[in-house]
Design a protein around this ligand. Sequence first.
Ligand code: IDP
Ligand code: MG
Length: 149
Amino acid sequence: MERTLVIIKPDGVQRGLVGEIISRLERRGLKLVGLKFMQTPLPLAEQHYAVHKGKGFYDGLITFITASPVVVMAWEGKGAIEIVRATVGPTNPAKAAPGTIRADLGVDIGRNLIHASDGPETATNELTLWFKPAELVDWSRNLEPWITE
Ligand code: IDP
Ligand code: MG
């Protein structure tokens, strides 16, 4: 079953939106398989956003993501990566469709509340970067047949 990494960024934690964001992913039918609250060490932030190094927003992004604690999660489900990205919405909340997390809860591209892996390879790499194997939990939900055919 597919797994994806989701981070509630410092703005989501500071604004008290942790419950709201988790609730939206839970209600979508995805299964939580990893969860932790942490202050992001600088080297981890730099590794996570290595692909953006050299871009104009990079320094601000690193300062922002390490400024305050984050909630790091692993979510599992059929097509979880795409489903989470669609639930989150596009990078810029100003351009996101209402109904998405970024549109409903945010206004600014530099404060877009949430990170979600953008593909299978990224998901695998990011889950390995943020979680030790033992921190990801295999468990079964009795209602699974009522969510996925
Ligand atoms: P994504 O989070 O939707 O995958 P990416 O393009 O991978 O978007 O960018 C990573 C993060 O960098 C964004 O979520 C946002 O926090 C930040 N970012 C991207 N573009 C800009 C920008 O133009 N200004 C400020 N921050 C940006
Ligand atoms: Mg990205």
